[in-house]
Design a protein around this ligand. Structure first.
Ligand SMILES: NC(=O)c1ccc[n+]([C@@H]2O[C@H](COP(=O)([O-])OP(=O)(O)OC[C@H]3O[C@@H](n4cnc5c(N)ncnc54)[C@H](OP(=O)(O)O)[C@@H]3O)[C@@H](O)[C@H]2O)c1
Length: 279
């Protein structure tokens, strides 16, 4: 099964939409040439999914690169997200309209609630459902939702989230297994942000040893691990060589022993948000 993975492999979301397992993150890719070049290099390399957010301030560049690409629009999967200060029913509808205008696209493939903002997130989800029903986005989902946030949502929603995007790597996978398992039980696709742990573990001798075994880089081992766990990944780079390196994952397979080894690396290491502080 894993050997069949390809750069354009897709997984079927719970609403029937196909989403690429592999894509490019553009957080901290600045609006303008930096972001546009990154997307052009990625599309040339075979990436077919781009993960942005209103918070990243680069939706204009993402839309421009996608619209001006020779690759048909329907072959590129575009995700954007609702920022924390835009929660609430009316605000969410307005924020989505603004994102779609900045992107200059007729449709977004996936719209995510960026973070489970306390008290107001149920109202927000009602607007997300309305956006999904309008057809202006093909799928809706959440990000940074842990077990308690997901249970609350699943108990009250009409349309369940298709995706939950959370920080995941071998260094925080077992400690988040309750959330991952809940997603899997409910057919919610699991997507990893910061899958490279923002480079912070590249010199971990345990990881380096595995990388040497396959003549791959630590970055490639972390990404391949996620794919073999059926986790969607969106590694970020603005550098052409690293964009290519991060896509060079489809000519090798981690053994069961090395997957088990990677799954013993957990130390609850988070490099971004810790949503467990939000009730
Ligand atoms: N939903 C959320 O709350 C949330 C939070 C964080 C991130 N995200 C999404 O997830 C994406 C990825 O996460 P991230 O940007 O936080 O971190 P990441 O992908 O784990 O790491 C990105 C960092 O690694 C460097 N890098 C990339 N490939 C490399 C390689 N092969 N060798 C050495 N260094 C490499 C990049 O620098 P260069 O650019 O210089 O290569 C950048 O500094 C984001 O861009 C964003 O789309 C979502």
């Amino acid at each position: 099964m894993e050997m069949d993975l390809k750069i354009d492999s897709r997984i079927k979301l719970n609403n029937g939409v196909d989403m690429p397992l592999f894509g490019l993150g553009v957080y901290l890719s600045s609006e303008g040439d930096e972001c546009i070049n990154a997307i052009n290099w990625a599309l040339d390399t075979g990436y077919r999914s781009i993960d942005t957010a209103s918070f990243y301030n680069n939706e204009t560049s993402v839309g421009k690169a996608v619209r001006e690409s020779s690759i048909p629009r329907e072959d590129i999967f575009v995700t954007t997200k609702l920022w924390n200060s835009d929660h609430g029913y009316d605000n969410t509808l307005r924020a989505f309209d603004k994102s779609i205008k900045l992107l200059g696209l007729d449709q977004v493939d996936l719209y995510l609630v960026h973070y489970p903002v306390q008290d107001i997130r149920k109202e927000t989800w009602k607007a997300m459902e309305r956006i999904a029903e309008s057809g202006a986005c093909r799928a809706i989902g959440v990000s940074n939702y842990l077990t308690n946030h997901l249970e609350e949502l699943l108990a009250s929603c009409n349309i369940p989230p298709t995706v939950n995007q959370i920080e995941l790597s071998p260094y925080c996978f077992q400690s988040r297994m309750d959330t991952v398992a809940l997603c899997r039980q409910n057919n919610i696709a699991v997507e990893a942000y910061s899958p490279l742990v923002r480079t912070k573990v590249f010199d971990d001798p345990k990881l380096v040893t595995i990388a040497e075994r396959y003549s791959k880089t630590p970055a490639q081992i972390l990404l391949r691990w996620a794919l073999q766990e059926n986790i969607i990944i969106i590694p970020k780079s603005s550098n052409q060589e690293r964009i290519e390196q991060n896509a060079d994952l489809f000519d090798f397979q981690l053994s069961t022993e090395d997957m088990d080894l990677l799954n013993s690396f957990d130390k609850n290491l988070l490099v971004c948000w810790d949503p467990s502080i939000t009730p």
